[in-house]
Design a binder for this molecule. Structure first.
Ligand SMILES: [Zn+2]
Length: 138
């Protein structure tokens, strides 16, 4: 949502996640205290954040506070499914590929070059934006 390059790790091999994070300069976000006790993280060689809350909104707040992330500039600039930077599309380019109501009411679109999902500033976008606004105001 915030436009940051993010990799969702789904395997159960923690070591592979650690290696990937080291190689790609990533920060690990985890709820697993076991991972936090690994030498490479405890020593500070690899940055990791232990997520404290069960609540998604509080989780976002913790991560953006601790990493001092910009929560304004690049909102919704990446695909929520596959992390690719989104490309702007004209109304004509999305004709027939979005619901008719959306086509009638929306002017701005972006498309994921990988999965070809099309995004627009509809109600889902507005709801996410309100959540982020609330978090910004603490
Ligand atoms: Zn995608």
């Amino acid at each position: 949502m915030l436009g940051y390059d993010t990799l969702f790790f789904t395997g159960d091999d923690d070591w592979q996640m650690v290696i990937t994070a080291l190689n790609e300069g990533r920060t690990i976000l985890t709820r697993d205290t076991q991972i936090m006790s690994r030498g490479v993280i405890a020593s500070g060689r690899l940055k990791a954040i232990l997520i404290r809350s069960d609540e998604p909104e509080q989780q976002i707040k913790q991560v953006t506070d601790e990493l001092k992330l910009d929560t304004v500039q690049n909102l919704f600039s990446r695909c929520l499914e596959c992390n690719q930077p989104l490309k702007e599309r004209t109304r004509e380019q999305v004709k027939g590929r979005v619901p008719a109501y959306v086509f009638r009411t929306q002017d701005q679109y972006v498309e994921c070059p990988a999965c070809h999902r099309i995004y627009w500033k509809g109600t889902h976008w507005q709801a996410m934006n309100r959540t982020l606004e609330k978090l910004r105001q603490g």
